[in-house]
Ligand binder design. Structure first.
Ligand code: CAA
Length: 387
């Protein structure tokens, strides 16, 4: 059977971050609550001229060649940071990247889960049409009310993946385990710019849903827990992944091995929650930081509040090391600028939320594309001038 899966993968994250030590100092909190308690160091903070479109286009532009751009006939953009109730963010990205006109472009939503739905749909499509290529992008800005308990779990990133036959990074294995349950742990009604969240309930439901998805994966004939060399979890904060791993180890009666999760948490600790992108950022982190995963199985646990969880497996391909973007990812993070609390507050208060019909945004540091503003209610995207 032809292998189908991830041929290329890379991430983009904003050029600015807030150190959690600053947040702890502002609130008179022991910084170890963040560093150890939730397992985070800092979070990426988008400037005014980044949104889910510019983040997505910047992630994809970094991995695609002109040949890829000519071959892609489907673009799936997973996000819960949507900018329009009707027009798909994917269509803006389609234009910015110069994808061909006879290409479908849609936006997918289910909290942090929808990129996994996108991966399954893309692989099924390519299995039926092995010459086709799909661009799958997960792009999000995690934003919570200031001075809420969730504020420390903000962040932002986009992960772009090229899905094809005979992939050079990872093939999707056949079995997947799913769990859906209607629950109000985290949601964002249309009139709100920040979500409503029951933090404690959300962590409880995440663990229950992870267990249920794993049990379904087993019922579907999935691989044994011991056969995985690495696990990647949806990471709203890295401690959440540690707790999910402990739970799966316990129900499988297997001693916990942090060596199977630590490499997958390095980027997320520095970038914070990136919602749909977080699981795939964890995959980038594992690919970039494990010595050699060639031929190994990686267990992937996807969770989206509300809620859906899915456990599935990727088989890492021989030669993936030549395709990974470790140096580019390191340079992206090394070039970020630390924000003062005043700058962070300025970025947090996004002018675009104030129902502007017209808005001209200054040029900040960042990737190739930027959200330049709004003209007569139409969003404008341009190439970024070097700040
Ligand atoms: N030193 C070391 N550890 C400390 C500490 C200190 N000085 N002070 C506290 N801690 C520890 C606590 O013991 C606790 O650890 P355990 O969970 O292992 O007991 C940890 O730090 C966090 O402390 P609190 O429970 O007091 O934290 P909190 O109530 O202030 O907020 C939170 C935690 C509920 C996760 C909050 O950040 C939140 O609401 N976040 C948003 C929701 C979220 O991310 N939920 C995750 C599941 S839902 C999901 O995954 C979807 C998604 O992306 C949103």
């Amino acid at each position: 059977m032809t292998a189908i899966g991830i041929d290329k993968i890379g991430f983009y994250s904003p050029a600015y971050y807030l150190d959690l030590a600053s947040l702890a100092a502002r609130d008179g909190i022991d910084p170890q609550k963040y560093h150890q308690g939730i397992g985070q160091e800092r979070f990426a903070m988008p400037p005014h001229d980044e949104d889910c479109v510019s983040l997505a286009a910047n992630a994809a532009a970094a991995i695609l060649t002109p040949e890829d751009i000519a071959a892609i006939d489907t673009l799936l953009l997973a996000t819960e940071s949507g900018i329009d109730q009707s027009k798909a963010a994917a269509v803006y990205v389609h234009r910015l990247l110069g994808l061909r006109p006879n290409c479908r472009a849609i936006e997918l939503k289910h909290a942090c889960y929808s990129a996994t739905a996108g991966l399954q749909l893309a692989c099924a499509y390519v299995a039926a049409n092995p010459k086709r290529k799909v661009l799958l992008i997960a792009s999000d800005i995690s934003r919570y009310d200031m001075h809420s308990a969730a504020e420390a779990t903000q962040g932002s990133a986009a992960v772009a993946m090229l899905i094809s036959a005979n992939p050079r990074i990872a093939a999707l294995e056949g079995n997947a385990g799913c769990h859906t349950h209607d629950v109000m742990d985290f949601w964002r009604p249309n009139h709100r710019h920040t979500p409503l969240v029951d933090g404690k309930l959300s962590t409880l439901i995440y663990l229950q849903a992870s267990e249920a998805a794993w049990r379904d994966y087993q019922a579907q004939g999935g691989a044994d827990f011991a056969s995985f060399a690495q696990f990647c979890y949806h990471l709203p904060f890295s401690k959440m992944g540690i707790k999910a791993h402990q739970r799966l180890c316990k129900i499988n009666d297997i001693a916990e091995d942090s060596g199977k999760i630590a490499a997958g948490m390095i980027y997320n600790r520095d970038i914070g929650n990136s919602y749909t992108a977080a699981l795939y950022l964890s995959l980038c982190s594992a690919l970039d930081h494990r010595d050699d995963l060639s031929g190994e199985l990686v267990g992937m646990l996807s969770y989206g509040s509300g809620c859906v969880a899915e456990f599935f497996a990727l088989r890492i391909q021989d030669g993936y090391i030549n395709q990974r973007r470790k140096n580019e990812h390191a340079a992206l993070l090394a070039n970020r600028q630390a924000l003062s609390l005043a700058q962070y507050e300025d970025f947090w208060h996004r002018q675009e939320y104030s129902q502007h019909d017209n808005l001209d945004l200054p040029n900040y540091a960042g990737g190739k594309y930027r959200f330049a503003g709004i003209e007569n209610n139409e969003r404008r995207y341009t190439l970024r001038e070097k700040a």
